[in-house]
Structures are given as C-alpha cells and as structure tokens.
Write a protein that binds this ligand. Sequence first.
Ligand code: SAH
Ligand code: SF4
Length: 392
Amino acid sequence: MTANAPITQDVMTLPRKLPEGGPVNIVGLTREELLAALVAAGTPERQAKMRAGQVWQWVYHWGVRDFAQMTNLAKDYRALLAEHFAIVLPEVVTRQISADGTRKYLIRIAGGHEVETVYIPEEGRGTLCVSSQVGCTLTCSFCHTGTQKLVRNLTAGEIVGQLMLVRDDLGEWPERGAPKDETRLVSNLVLMGMGEPLYNFENVRNAMKVVMDGEGLSLSRRRITLSTSGVVPEIARTAEEIGCQLAISFHATTDEVRDILVPINKRWNIRTLLDSLRDYPRLSNSERITFEYVMLDGVNDTDADARRLVKLISGIPSKINLIPFNEWPGAPYRRSTPERIAAFADIIYKAGYASPIRTPRGEDIMAACGQLKSATERARKSRAQIAAETGL
Ligand code: SAH
Ligand code: SF4
C-alpha cells in the first residue's frame, strides 16, 4: 500500500461528441427544459405546458419511442415533434445474466464510450445500479473502476436512459387498457455504478428529477440512493436539490488508512466529512445515512476498527452496510474471512446499529460492487500489457 497515492488519476477526458444541430433528444430533459424546447420548436406558449405534460407521459409513463403513437396529439403536431426531436436511449452492446439472476448491461453512449448498468432482482424488489461517469477520476485503491483512465461525464439523458433500457429489457412498461399493476421490477435505484456522482452533479440531479417525477418513471426519492466517496462541498446541495437517500463510502476509521483507501480523504478528512453529514437528514427529510464499509483482510477489519466506527458516527442517524471485498484481476487486497466479518458486524449491532452484510451479487459476471470496468477498456489495457510483456 502506498500512502502517497494521488487523489485523482492522470485521466484522458473524452469529448462528448454530441450531434450538432440535429434533433433534440427528449430523454433527460427536465420538465422546464422540455417546455422551453417545445416553445423553441414552435409550440404556442399558451399550449406549451399541456403539450410538455402529454409528451412527458408518453415517454416516461408509457415508454413510447415514436411520435406517431402519441395519439392524443394532432397529426401535424406529431409531425412537428418528429422534425425537431428524437427519443433516444443508449445502445445495449451486451447483456450478461448471472446464475443468481443479476443482469449486467454494457451500454454504448454518444462518442462510442461504454459504461455498465446492473439490475439486481431480490425477493419483493429489484434494484438498478446506474453509472454516472465513464470511468472515475478518483483513485480508491480497492476499486476496479478507479483504474480506468478514460473519463467522461454522462449526460442526464444517458443516466435516465439506463433505467429506460432496463425497463425495455424486463418488459416493464404498462400496457394500455390493462388493469394498473403496482408491482415494480425496478423498484429502487442506486447511483453506485461507475463514477463519482457528485463530480457530475447537475446531470445527476436533472436525471433524478426526471426519474422522481410522479407522472412518469415515478421512483420516489426514498427509493433512490446516491453513493459518494465524500465530495463534501456537494453534500448539502444533494440534500436540497435532490433529496434522495445518501450513502457514504467510508471504509476506514482513521485518516491514515482512509487516505490510502479513499484518497479524496486527503482533501476532506473524516472529521470534515462527518461534520458535513450532520445536517443531511434534516435538510433532505430522510431518516438515516448509510455508511458503506468494504471489508479488506488485515487492512480495516479489526475489532478496534468496529469500535472506532460506531464512536465516529454516533449522533448521526445511520446504518452500516458491510461489503465483503469483491476481487478483480490484479486487485491489491483480499476479502476478510466470513468469521471476521461476522465479528465486526456483531460489535456494530451490539452498539445499536443495523449492520447488514451485503451479499455479493453477479460475481460470476463481474457485476459486483467495484468490479465494473468497461470491456473495451479491459481489452485496450490488456493489449498494452501484452505489448509491454513481449517487449514490442
Ligand atoms: N463513486 C461512488 C459510487 C460508486 S462505488 C462511491 O465511491 O461511493 C459503489 C460502492 O462500491 C462504493 O461504496 C465503493 O466503495 C464500493 N466498492 C468499490 N470497489 C469495491 C470492491 N472491489 N469490492 C466491494 N465494494 C467496492
Ligand atoms: Fe471512483 Fe467510487 Fe471507485 Fe472511488 S470507489 S474510484 S469514487 S467509483
């Protein structure tokens, strides 16, 4: 382990390469943005609010992709829409299904870049883990995504699009005329895929506004969890402008160890981070904060760590989520033993906190937490490695 790991890596930022002057993609526009775009395309001002509501329902409630099917709009208005707008989602490149039912999608976004989205079915609910960036600029030493050097922020449309394409794949759009079905295959959304969501704040916020809107995808803010490594200046904004549940990638109980595991700690240390969290539940009207804690053999998993952890978070309504480390090729750590994890969990539990141990899902398809990294990036790296090894 090296204590002087940089906070951010030397990344290659990718251009967005969005088509210029072409049709405007409706997916990911907030209601206000959609309204403004409809007016710009020639919708009379006094009709715009109603038209935006109608289009919104077709796109986000019914999952319609073709303006011709928006049957409550006049034919020439549908033609106007088709001329100025498009309804496009990222493209699914591959879909893998794990033995446990977890689905991992590799999706391609504008410019040809790729990210991963994971769907995790459980008894009575289904969680979608979405990505917010291609790669990540941060360098957490236990995280596979943190080794990917290509980085670009996803647009709001590319974030919302992940939920929509998974609903396509699961066949989860309501059928017109059928009785209302309240069971949801995607009932929860977590921003825990590739990337640091708080380094792409506006797009993540706008995407969540679309996702939370009651007339469309309609996922309540209580069913959305944003996970951050600890970008302190954006935490109060998350409470005020998104209001979702918050998870913190905590992972260590001393600054010395956290500096190595989560190098952003060198900028905002444990004390500063915890101080920024005290107001979160009140500001966001949420009940408690989740502390994520990855269990690394011999690094952060002693009884003393468990005791320090409960002491540190005292006074903050919280729950602790223990994550057995998921290995990836070349990872510098090993997973703590089940006995160690159980002993750690017991100390936390006895201190009065819920301490669920996260069951790794989709490990056979490298879909578990921290294993995501796009296939093209893997291929690119390994070619470079082969070249190095063969001395070419
Ligand atoms: N960038 C954000 C969200 C994505 S990571 C963040 O860091 O919070 C989602 C969670 O998976 C984080 O808690 C992260 O620390 C954890 N994680 C990363 N790599 C992991 C690994 N190899 N095994 C287990 N959990 C890991
Ligand atoms: Fe980025 Fe989160 Fe991975 Fe850290 S754990 S490198 S912040 S994706």
